[in-house]
Design a protein around this ligand. Structure first.
Ligand SMILES: [Zn+2]
Length: 81
């Protein structure tokens, strides 16, 4: 009688082990070493190397911060001189 129960436990344990093995074989989330090796981009204004996630992209150009984005050219020549 006790032998049957032990056998049942062994079978259940074996099935659980197989299921866990199946899950372990699957590729995990995409947070690999690739995410750590982030591209370093050069700022168009000051030339500082900045991680891609921290850069600001404007018209296909890269800037390290909003302050370094050149102001849009205005067409009204208001300067006296
Ligand atoms: Zn900059």
């Amino acid at each position: 009688m006790i032998f049957r129960i032990l056998l049942l436990f062994l079978v259940i344990w074996g099935l659980l082990w197989l299921v866990r093995k199946q899950f372990a074989d699957k590729p995990g989330p995409e947070r690999t070493a690739e995410a750590d090796a982030e591209d370093m981009l050069v700022c168009e204004t000051c030339g500082v190397h900045t991680p891609r996630s921290l850069t600001v992209q404007v018209n296909g150009k890269t800037y390290c911060c909003h302050e370094h984005i050149p102001a849009p050219k205005s067409h009204d020549g208001a300067d006296d001189g």
